[in-house]
Each structure stands twice: as C-alpha cells, then as structure tokens.
Design a protein around this ligand. Structure first.
Ligand code: URP
Ligand code: ZN
Ligand code: ZN
Length: 459
C-alpha cells in the first residue's frame, strides 16, 4: 500500500514548505518535490491545502465511570469523531476507582480500546490510590508501554488521592522517569463552598463556578508544584483554565520545578456565562475546573503563543443533556462534569487561533500535536511529518466553511456545546498509518486498526 500526497503546504512545528509526501505501508518514506509514484500508488492532490502531522489530543475520557454514570462515547464513536476532526492519536485518562487495582484498571481500559479504535491510542495511568500493592503494578504498567501517570487532587472518595499518596506517586514517577499529569483543585475548599452554596439555596449550574473559583485551582497547582519540587518529579497540569492557575505554574517553573501546562479549547472560547444560561441549559457547560470569566481568555491565548502553555486538549467527557446532566437538576454538585469537544478541537483552534492571527501555523501544530508527542514519549513517531514517522497526515482545507451542529456530529452525545458556531477550515483527508481514514468529513477508516502505542519513560 503506497500513498503520494502532492503539492501541499507541509507544515510541521519547525518547517513549512510546498512539497510531496510519499508513504509506504504505514510510514513516511520520502519528502520532496516532484516525487514519482510507483504503479498502484494512490495519489492525492493537495494543491491549495495545508498538510499537517496528525493531531494529538492528550486528554480525553472515553471509558469513564463517573459521578454515578458512564460517559457516552465508546472507542468506536470516539475514534471516528476524533479522526473526522483531524485527531489521529488519543491519550485517554485511565481512571480506575479506588476499589480497583491499578493493573486491573489498566487492562479494563485497554480492553475498551483494542479491537474497536480506528486510531492509535495510549493512556495516562490514573493513580487513584497508593497502597503496598500499587508500586509493583505501576512498574508493570510502565513495562507495558505507558510512560505517564494521572492524579486527581479533586474528587476525593472517587479518583482523588491524599497527600501521602501524592507524595509516593511522585517519588515513584521520579524514579521511573514518568511524567505525572494532574487535575489541580483543592478538594476541601470545593466541598466546604459547595455545602455553603447549597445551604443558601444555590442549587443550579450557576453555583458550580462559585464552588471552585480560580484561587481553588491555583492552590491545587501550587500544591502539586510544591510536591514536585520536593520529589523532583516532572508534572503536567491538565485543563488549566485561568490566569491565577497559570501564574502558579509559571512561578513554580521560575524556581526550577519541571512543570508543563495544558489548557482546553473550551477555556479559550467559552466563558462562565454559558454555565449561567437560564433554565437548566447551563448544565451543558458544567465541567471542572469551571468555565471562567472571559478576562482569562486573552491570557491563555497569549500563553499559548509564547509557549507558557504547551498543549490544547479537550478533556472530552460527554454526558447527555437529556438523560445524564439532569442527575444534578436540584443539586449542581451532582451534574456529571464534562463538555464534549473531541471532534471540534482542531477546527475551532484553527478558526479562532490561526484564522484570526492569534496563532501562527507553527504554534498551531506545536500546541495541537508536536508538544504532546514530545512530552509523552511519542515523538518522532507521532507529532511531525518526517521520514520514518508514522504516516498520520491531515490534509486541511482552509477554504472550507461550515457550522458545528449536533445533527451532523459523529461524537455520541446529544448536544454540541458549540452549536451553530462557524468553522473556517476542516480536514479534507486524514490518514492513519498510511490508510485514508477520512474523506471530506466522512469516516472511511478501519475500526479496530488502532494500536496501543508503546512509550518509553523520558522524564
Ligand atoms: O469536568 C471534567 N473535567 N470532567 C472530566 C473529568 C476530569 O476532571 O478531567
Ligand atoms: Zn480533571
Ligand atoms: Zn479529564
């Protein structure tokens, strides 16, 4: 199987040129101009198109038992949705409950993906408790190709760890060279403030933000960074939503803590007024940390452009508006947390980042693909267009115009948080290891072809 992509503008994090890409079997084997196609090669004309490395979403939830229910997508719907939107690699949070052993949790997550996913995938291994049995199991999981952990400083009693567990997890991660991703919010403050708000009669989605204001997140980041400083572990703050939390990470970095920052497409584009929409509509926009005051958005965009924020993820966590969000109709603390966006991240980032001039093309590729590949041990197999890399390629049509809508989406959830939003550009062809998996918005790939990516610890 060979594929020749001709005359595209090939954009990686550190290069930008008009040329051709030749892929044999699963790999990019030649780059240049005027490349010859042997008989039997599929030839795709990319004249006028941008050609990007496959995008990586470094923070998704697909199999997620959470808040008394399960997130809606499975690997069939999620991998199709990812690919239609240009994302060719998923890094899922594997989140065992505290009652489960880490190894069993890992195997359960793997079984959800293998044989179903149309794109490649890996996991951040959730460390949701740390007892005598945990270290050996985590070592085994690292031997099986996982090189990042995940801890939750929130959600105590579910996924959250206490400070002793956090310390031990970070010490082990340091020893193994594993990076630790972290949900940073002070759970005690969240619990106390939620109790006060409910007692005062604030029960709707608008209460969610007041229960976990920016300082609650900043305290979580500071807390994580203190532990990272004293253990030497490398850490990554997931879903950073506000200036206060970013400042805490930057301050830690300035004193030598190895900390990286992720934000989400939701925080760049949506603000807390969405969660304040009347009736119960705001529940569509309840996630943690909450959507913030709009003043934070230019701060996050600037931090992306300057490199203070490394990645834009989705934290895709889809819960139906009709049947799942209403679990918290009378109590905002029971609204399943999450705003789906796996399918739309790349197009929204292109539309509101590149097309507006906030991000140049190199930064766009860096924050949506290359930086995640480098941080999480996937580079240069993923995250770039280079000889020897996997032939995961997005041929992107910047002239496309369309609107996001639940009726036309692939992700398996009953609403789109960006309903009616215009997009300027979309993938016209997406390949997964040399196979065309999307043409003009339609999935054409192979379910079950996605592989668990083997990663080596590099921190
Ligand atoms: O609200 C969110 N973020 N839901 C998914 C779980 C998590 O905290 O990442
Ligand atoms: Zn989280
Ligand atoms: Zn998450």
């Amino acid at each position: 199987m060979s594929l020749l992509i001709q005359n595209g503008r090939i954009v990686s994090a550190d290069s930008d040129f008009i040329g051709d890409i030749f892929c044999e079997d699963e790999t990019i084997t030649r780059l240049g101009r005027g490349l010859e196609a042997p008989p039997g090669t599929e030839v795709i004309d990319a004249t006028g198109k941008l050609v990007f490395p496959g995008f990586i979403d470094p923070h998704v939830h697909i199999y997620l038992p959470f808040m008394g229910t399960f997130s809606k997508d499975d690997y069939v719907s999620a991998s199709k949705a990812a690919l239609v939107g240009g994302t060719t690699t998923l890094i899922e949070m594997c989140c065992p409950s505290r009652a489960d052993e880490a190894l069993a949790g890992f195997e359960l997550s793997l079984s959800q993906a293998q044989g179903k996913s149309a794109c490649d995938f890996t996991f951040h291994m959730g460390v949701t408790k740390f007892d005598d049995r945990t270290p050996d199991q985590l070592r085994e999981i690292v031997r099986r190709g996982i090189s990042s952990f995940k801890v939750f400083l929130a959600y105590k009693g579910a996924f959250g760890v206490d400070d002793s567990e956090l310390y031990r997890t970070l010490k082990l991660a340091r020893e193994l060279g594993v990076i630790v991703t972290a949900h940073c919010e002070n759970e005690t403050l969240v619990a106390e403030r939620s109790r006060e708000l409910l007692a005062a009669g604030v029960t709707g989605p608008e209460g969610h933000h007041e229960s976990r204001p920016p300082r609650v997140e900043a305290e979580g980041v500071h807390h994580l960074c203190t532990f990272a400083e004293l253990t030497g572990a490398h850490v990554y703050c997931v879903h950073t939503s506000c200036a206060e939390a970013l400042d805490a990470a930057v301050a830690a970095r300035q004193r030598g803590v190895k900390v990286w920052v992720e934000t989400l497409i939701q925080y760049l584009l949506l603000d807390k007024t969405y969660a304040e929409r009347p009736g119960f509509e705001g529940a569509k926009y309840v996630m943690s940390p909450p959507l913030r005051d709009a003043r934070n958005q230019p701060v996050l965009w600037d931090a992306l452009a300057s490199g203070l924020v490394s990645t834009v993820a989705t934290d895709h966590a889809p819960f139906d508006f009709a049947s799942q969000k209403p679990m918290g109709r009378d109590d905002f603390t029971k609204i399943p947390n999450g705003i789906p966006s796996l399918e739309d991240r790349v197009n929204l980032l292109y539309t509101h980042g590149v097309a507006t001039g906030r991000l140049d093309l190199q930064s766009f590729v860096s924050v949506a693909s290359t930086n995640a590949a480098k941080l999480f041990g996937l580079f240069p197999r993923k995250g770039t267009i280079a000889v020897g890399s996997d032939a995961d390629v997005v041929i992107y049509d910047p002239a496309y115009r369309g609107q996001l809508a639940v009726q036309t989406q692939t992700q398996a959830v009953d609403y789109n948080a960006f309903e009616g939003w215009e997009i300027k550009g979309r993938p016209s062809v997406v390949t997964v290891r040399g196979e065309v998996a999307v043409r003009e918005g339609k999935f054409t790939g192979t379910l079950g072809r996605g592989q668990l990516l083997q990663r080596e610890p590099g921190h």
